[in-house]
Design a protein around this ligand. Structure first.
Ligand SMILES: [Zn+2]
Length: 420
């Protein structure tokens, strides 16, 4: 398990969330082991993992704009007396609930918060830390910490825009926002911007299709368009046994898909096992009703933030937007991509995105992509993953620019720009 602790500590640094060598894991193997030696947080971490009876405990300090957004929300939660951050995105809603905030790094505080939730935010020495426990493996703590960072990022920017619309913004918060934006510009510079070289289709056989999926999954994570433990990828491929829907397994790491792709039959026969992505039903319906041969699903941050922005502050449906928004919404990117925003919950329930997403994507000649409210973007390709990946990049770039355009317009008091 120590190897995994080292691996996931490195992964947190690899995606730019933490500084290299900073994330600290304690794992309970036959005896206690650490991701690195000599960490001054070791005493607290050991007492906490023992108090919790957990298999793994992670303490990590986010850097860059992530640090600033987590800290801003955590300070606000402490000041208001709430004691927790409530993100509004889907990833958190289904996976984390609220995020407790603890002042000061000590074992009793960690044990109290982590016995209630998978992860918590610690504010100590003017910095925000993410703490997470895993009952079985270090990977669980890694997933929780990445998800918390994503949730806070989305929640911070979404709230800023919402408060501007509501007229409750303060000068002090505007100043913090300006600093975070400047930091974000620096953070963005480390991400690749140009299209990666993706395997061209049509794919000759199942092996080639699988290789293209593995590659596409890796790039979606590398380009910062999703956390590795979320998102999914699928493709429709002819095989000697009949037509297959190849799809990433649920809970698989999108950047390590080798061996984690399930072949499902198109004739309705079930998949091997029950390991296929929880969005299999939606993927199948998209293929059934439209021209797509490949689907990429990520959680690009500004696309998610923009999907949650709404001018109707007095809408009677508030609170139900993520599952039952009745207003047709969407935008057209500068490159001309027509992207609807639909409600829909994860899974196949009555408000499931399997009911809303496929018709939105298959309208007319088929659309390049659609955003599920507060969740993420599903992009399609008619041949391979190149068009879908380009759509992810274009929609995220547009969403980021459009977000700051809306902020600027509201700051100028001119009201939001009118875009479809
Ligand atoms: Zn998703």
């Amino acid at each position: 398990m120590t190897d995994f602790a080292v691996k996931y500590a490195a992964k947190l640094a690899g995606v730019g969330l933490c500084a290299e060598g900073e994330p600290f894991f304690v794992v309970q193997d036959a005896e206690l082991a650490f991701s690195h030696a000599g960490d001054q947080r070791q005493g607290v971490a050991v007492a906490a993992i023992q108090g919790l009876g957990a298999a793994a405990l992670l303490i990590a300090r986010p850097i860059g704009a992530c640090q600033m957004t987590v800290l801003a929300l955590a300070e606000e939660a402490l000041a208001s007396g709430a004691g927790f951050v409530v993100p509004g995105d889907c990833e958190t809603r289904t996976f984390l609930h609220d995020l407790p905030v603890v002042r000061g790094l000590d074992a009793p505080g960690l044990i109290e918060a982590l016995s209630r939730r998978k992860g918590c935010i610690v504010v100590a020495d003017g910095q925000a830390l993410l703490a997470a426990a895993g009952s079985v493996s270090p990977e669980q703590a890694f997933v929780t910490a990445s998800s918390m960072a994503f949730a806070c990022f989305v929640a911070y920017f979404a709230k800023h825009l919402r408060d501007l619309r509501a007229g409750t913004m303060t000068e002090a918060r505007r100043a913090v926002f300006a600093a975070i934006r400047a930091q974000l510009d620096q953070d963005m510079a480390r991400l690749p911007g140009e299209m990666p070289e993706l395997l061209p289709g049509p794919f000759a056989d199942e092996d080639q299709a699988r290789a293209a999926m593995v590659q596409a999954g890796r790039f979606v994570v590398e380009y910062g368009l999703v956390d590795s433990s979320f998102g999914n990828v699928s493709c429709r491929q002819m095989a000697p046994s009949g037509e297959l829907l190849l799809i990433s397994q649920t809970g698989s790491s999108l950047d390590e898909l080798g061996g984690c792709i399930d072949p499902c039959r198109f004739d309705g026969a079930s998949c091997v096992g029950l390991t296929a992505s929880s969005e299999l039903t939606a993927h199948r319906a998209i293929y059934d009703g439209g021209p797509a041969l490949a689907i990429l699903h990520g959680h690009p941050r500004f696309a998610v933030i923009l999907s949650m922005d709404c001018e109707r502050l007095d809408c009677p449906g508030l609170g139900e937007c993520h599952r039952a928004c009745a207003t047709p919404r969407g935008f057209t990117t500068d490159a001309g991509l027509d992207i609807p925003i639909v409600p829909g919950e994860v899974g196949t329930g009555p408000f499931g995105l399997c009911n809303t997403l496929p018709p939105a994507l298959n309208q007319g000649q088929g659309r390049p992509g659609a955003i599920v409210y507060g969740h993420g973007l599903f992009a399609t390709g008619a041949v391979d993953f190149r068009a879908a990946f380009a759509t992810l990049l274009d929609v995220e770039r547009f969403s980021r620019e459009e977000y700051f355009r809306r902020v600027a317009a509201l700051d100028a008091g001119a009201g939001p720009p009118r875009r479809k």
